[in-house]
Ligand binder design. Structure first.
Ligand code: MET
Ligand SMILES: [Zn+2]
Length: 765
């Protein structure tokens, strides 16, 4: 019999209960016990939901109050020293690692966060060194396994595998220079042994061990690391299902299929081509093959007939008892349920499947593959056929004007009229900026009042006109503030935007929005990604009125502010019926029109933000070129419609450029701003090494913290930067937008920034 399985479920609650509970706990409004209770309710709802959806293998242990990688660090006692000795409870140490802590004399910053593979989920990076004192503080998978068991629900516990855990880790500051986290494998394995032994004793039949590192180019040692680890773990563990997701096993399938485990899971949503090769690799073994047929990363209804067809290939080759029908990855990346969407049209609603609906899908696939005669199952399959047929019909329609425009993109459209050196001279005269021009990244504090006004507009409590008047006042205030403190290149402050992606999605044609489609981004921060459902176009100018209004109240140059095509794409749920490249080009053309309109309206500098361009980088290096080509081309398409005199800017809030430097260069923005405050000056050496020749503003302070940088501190940074960058290229700016900051620290910080730039003008006159 083919069993159905779900690799992980959203852990935020159907109505964001977990966010509400953890934030209430942080605010001291509820106790740790209340928090545990709220978490238990959410887990119970997930397990019950999955059981009702008739999923055979239900996950446990993957719930998290903040982040599942952090859960492992806390369990393994991989706790950096700075969090100890403050008399904090284990729970508070855990949260301090996740988000920092500034209270009652304790002042510790958070651990670093990084993007989870190619997703927009952030995990807390483990910090390890030779002196990390591994021990098993608690066994979360056992606890949750028992918790579910007490509710009468048998589950398959989930753990992050040892190799992937160590691979995600970084060397702590105190580690020796040649330390590499993977060297701790021999020290870590005993903990996994203990954890898995206890799981087996608790009665778990299976355990899901996630090793997504297997889909990366993670080096030659991988095979021996896996052999060592699993030879030790298998004898003591429940049956191990080794799970990979987000990509292809490629050559790693050769050794993965020979590991002493009971099953292997592959992602057929991201990498459908690995079905046949993996079947061939496992055929002569006794491994169970778990097929990731239902996407854990997107929200489109699965074409069940197609999934069943793929599943049947595996069943024919291996027999039904060796096949599991599963989600491709954890459903963490999808919203909980469609049931709470009241505003989608019935037609739209019929296109989607969120986590709970996906659970039913794996059940139907498994049931059909097992030869089920159940009429409910055949009806569900029939209904799915009808839905998919309707969706395909819709997909066959297109906005021909948009398609034609994409087809007619010429190489010239990707080129500015003149090279940077020529543009720089023209822009110097036109914008008349001083040396070391000061600017900001776009947004100013999104105050309570701004959010209240937007909420009132949405509820119909104020008119569109009243809202516009309010926003204009905000803009006036932000502009006057910037003039007062002496910034050079101004911004309007983005008060009209709820979110840098959602705002544009709402103005473009081709997007659909959910009311409750929240997905965890990190900790208690959830996002509601827009869904691209159709060819994208711009029915009318979007930001022109705000930027022109801002320009009309100042004599200083105003910088227009847009979100780039690749970032809009990466932070939305994309269509599955056309390529990401096509969607990106459509977005680029829509933005190109906006850029040209801004120029026509007299805006002399235009910033097109691409903070997500790097996270979209494919997991396998062989796929990089293709992505980077269309991603960079999209940016160039969006920004190259202007004359030499218009200064284009772009912004990235990371600094991990080593891998993609040539692509950053190829964007050919006149000015880029990057995050640099946290990552010392190593990055600037990269810029020097590659001979970056356009203008650049490495962030001079970190906006993610309320801390005000001192004037001298900023001067020092500028001095250090000027050792690597010619003074004619340097801009002075913070490292990201200020929307999450308060006005008080914003003012103090920017005053120091302006003064530091004045100092630099004297020093380097
Ligand atoms: C995440 S990058 C943010 C850029 C945007 N212009 C802002 O200032 O908020
Ligand atoms: Zn940013």
């Amino acid at each position: 019999m083919v069993l159905s399985s779900v690799l992980g479920f959203p852990r935020i609650g159907a109505n964001r209960e977990v966010k509400k509970a953890v934030e209430a706990y942080w605010a001291g409004k509820i106790s740790a016990d209340d928090l545990t209770k709220a978490a238990a309710d959410v887990k119970k709802a997930s397990w019950t939901g999955l059981k009702e959806a008739k999923v055979d293998l239900i996950p446990s242990g993957e719930f998290s109050l903040y982040d599942h990688v952090l859960d492992h660090s806390a369990a393994f006692n991989a706790i950096p020293k700075r969090y100890l000795g403050h008399n904090l409870s284990p729970l508070d140490i855990y949260f301090a690692m996740g988000r920092g802590r500034q209270a009652e004399g304790v002042d510790v910053p958070a651990c670093e966060m990084k993007k989870w593979f190619d997703s927009n989920y952030h995990f807390v990076v483990p910090e390890l060194s030779e002196s990390t004192d591994f021990k098993l503080n608690f066994n979360k998978p056992v606890e949750e396994f028992n918790e579910a068991k007490a509710l009468g629900i048998a589950t398959r516990p989930v753990v992050l595998g040892p190799i992937t855990y160590l691979w995600l880790a970084k060397a702590a500051k105190e580690a020796s220079p040649d330390f590499s986290p993977i060297s701790l494998l021999p020290k870590l394995l005993p903990l996994y042994k203990q954890l898995l032994t206890e799981l087996k004793a608790a009665g778990a039949e299976w355990v899901q061990v996630d090793e997504p590192v297997l889909v990366l180019d993670a080096g030659l040692q991988l095979e021996s690391q896996f052999n060592t680890a699993y030879a030790e773990l298998s004898p003591v563990a429940p049956k191990i299902l080794l799970t990979t997701y987000f990509g292809r096993l490629d050559a790693n399938a050769n050794f993965a299929a020979k590991l002493p485990v009971a099953g292997l899971h592959i992602d057929l949503d991201r990498a459908p081509t690995q079905l046949e090769s993996t079947i061939a690799a496992v055929k002569s073994t006794s491994l169970v093959l778990s097929l990731g047929l239902v996407s854990g990363r997107n929200i489109w209804k699965t074409d069940l007939s197609a999934a069943i067809k793929s599943g049947q290939i595996a069943v024919d080759a291996l027999g039904g008892d060796r096949v599991i029908a599963a989600t491709s990855s954890s459903l963490l990346h999808t919203p909980v349920t469609l049931a709470s969407e009241k505003k989608l049209t019935p037609e739209q609603k019929d296109w989607f499947s969120f986590a709970l609906e996906k659970a039913s899908e794996v059940h139907i696939i498994a049931a059909i593959l097992s030869g089920s005669q159940d009429s409910a199952v055949s009806q569900a399959l029939e209904a799915n056929r009808t839905s998919i047929a309707k969706r395909r019909e819709f997909e066959h329609t297109s906005n021909d004007a948009v398609r034609k425009r994409v087809a007619a993109i010429t190489p010239e459209m990707l080129e500015r009229k003149s090279p940077f050196a020529v543009r720089q001279e023209v822009q110097k005269k036109k914008l008349n900026l001083p040396k070391f021009p000061t600017t900001t990244i776009g947004s100013f504090p999104q105050t309570k009042e701004i959010r209240a006004a937007r909420a009132k507009l949405n509820k119909g409590e104020i008119t569109e006109e009243e809202y516009e008047t309010f926003i204009k006042k905000e803009i006036e205030h932000v502009v006057a503030f910037q003039e007062k403190i002496g910034l050079d290149l101004l911004v309007h402050g983005e008060p009209e935007r709820n979110d840098m992606v959602q705002y544009f999605g709402e103005q473009f044609d081709g997007f659909v929005f959910t009311q409750n489609g929240w997905v965890q981004s990190y900790g208690s921060r959830y996002v509601r990604p827009p869904i691209i459902v159709y060819d994208v176009s711009r029915p009318h100018p979007i930001t022109v009125k705000w930027s022109s209004y801002a320009q009309s109240v100042s004599k200083k140059p105003m910088k227009g502010m847009l979100t780039g095509p690749v970032t809009i794409l990466n932070w939305s749920f994309p269509r599955a019926d056309v390529s990401r490249e096509l969607q990106s080009k459509q977005l680029a053309l829509a933005l190109r029109d906006e850029v040209v309109d801004l120029e026509k309206a007299g805006i002399q500098a235009i910033q097109v933000d691409e903070p997500a361009i790097r996270e979209g980088l494919p997991l396998r290096r062989v796929d990089w070129d293709h992505y980077l080509t269309w991603a960079v081309d999209s940016f160039r398409l969006a920004t190259s419609g202007v004359t030499d005199a218009t200064q284009t800017h772009s912004h990235f809030c990371y600094s991990d450029f080593d891998d993609i430097f040539p692509s950053i260069q190829r964007l050919d923005a006149d000015v880029i701003s990057i995050e640099a405050s946290k990552s010392d000056m190593k990055l600037l050496k990269t810029f020097q090494h590659y001979g970056y020749a356009n203008q650049i503003g490495p962030g001079v302070y970190d906006i993610h913290s309320p801390r005000v940088p001192g004037g001298e501190e900023i001067q020092d940074r500028l001095g250090a930067m000027l050792q690597f960058l010619p003074d004619s290229l340097l801009f002075v700016n913070p490292d990201c937008g200020l929307k999450t900051r308060g006005w008080k620290e914003t003012e103090a910080s920017l005053v120091n920034l302006v003064n530091a730039a004045k100092w630099a003008r004297q020093q380097y006159a």
